[in-house]
Design a protein around this ligand. Structure first.
Ligand SMILES: [Zn+2]
Length: 288
């Protein structure tokens, strides 16, 4: 509203001036002022429209139709368990995501709707429970038909299933392997979902660095979080943890793996690792 204030003041002054000039027999000038007010209003409205467009998502929000919702109920276990009201929020967020991020399926002119819904769902699940997030300026998700190798070459035996970048030409790009992406949703409680994993890296990245410590943690929380991570990595190395081994790679992988675990099996995490569960719960209870 602040940006309208100068315009409102200008209109009021001009409008107030008209009767004054009319009284002073300045009919010609009053007419001129009247025209000026009308022209100013038109210019202000045009200006306002341009500004609003800049602030809103670049594309129109995609509306999920009844078939999409049915499909999600059948294929996205996280969505299927939500209440009706939460499903509506999930659908809205997915619609904004699909409007804002380009999804390209390598080898296809137009990506399959299902692929888009898998990608969008991964994003929404990873950020569920947080207020508005920008997915660390993600612009494009490339979906490969197979796994790939370290050089992003397609490789059916490749071990890489997903990747996000920090800096460089690919800074705004995520790569996902389609079979791995789908597999992540086939079993809803195996602590594994590569899409959610990669978006958890973006959540970590949203403070400018992928270091396993998300920005929304306060300084005190950061310290205790890092201590918690280090002691759990020790437990994983000793074979005494239910957190998947890959988490012991480094702090950022620990964070991404733990987000997968928390989103897929919160009850198990609560029983096996109450401190880690509490930390996740605190993190993901800051918004809707
Ligand atoms: Zn990772």
């Amino acid at each position: 509203m602040k940006r309208f204030l100068p315009w409102v003041l200008l209109f009021l002054v001009l409008l107030a001036a008209i009767p004054v000039f009319l009284k002073m027999d300045g009919v010609g000038f009053a007419k001129f002022l009247g025209v000026l007010v009308v022209v100013s209003i038109v210019v202000a409205l045009w200006f306002w429209r341009v500004q609003t467009r800049k602030l809103s998502p670049r594309n129109e929000r995609v509306k999920l139709n009844v078939n999409d919702k049915y499909w999600m109920n059948e294929n996205i276990p996280f969505y299927a368990t939500l209440s009706k009201a939460s499903k509506q929020i999930f659908e809205d967020r997915a619609g904004i995501f699909l409007a804002d991020v380009t999804i390209r399926e390598v080898g296809k002119e137009v990506p399959e709707k299902e692929t888009c819904l898998y990608v969008a769902s991964s994003a929404i699940i990873a950020f569920w429970g947080l207020p508005y997030w920008n997915y660390a300026d993600l612009r494009e998700v490339l979906v490969y038909p197979t796994n790939f190798d370290e050089n992003n070459q397609l490789d059916t035996l490749g071990v890489v299933q997903g990747k996000v970048y920090h800096g460089g030409l690919m800074n705004n790009t995520m790569i996902l392997s389609l079979p791995a992406l789908i597999a992540g949703f086939q079993i809803g409680n195996d602590k594994k979902n590569v899409g959610v994993h990669e978006f958890a890296h973006l959540l970590d990245k949203s403070d400018g660095s992928i270091d396993g410590v998300p920005s929304i943690l306060g300084m005190e929380d950061r310290k205790s979080w890092i201590a918690l991570v280090e002691s759990e990595i020790e437990q994983i190395r000793k074979g005494k943890s239910t957190v998947p081994d890959y988490a012991a790679t480094n702090h950022s992988e620990f964070f991404a793996v733990l987000v997968e675990y928390y989103k897929e099996c919160p009850k198990l995490l609560k029983i096996k690792h109450p401190e880690l569960f509490e930390a996740m719960n605190k993190l993901f209870s800051t918004g809707h």
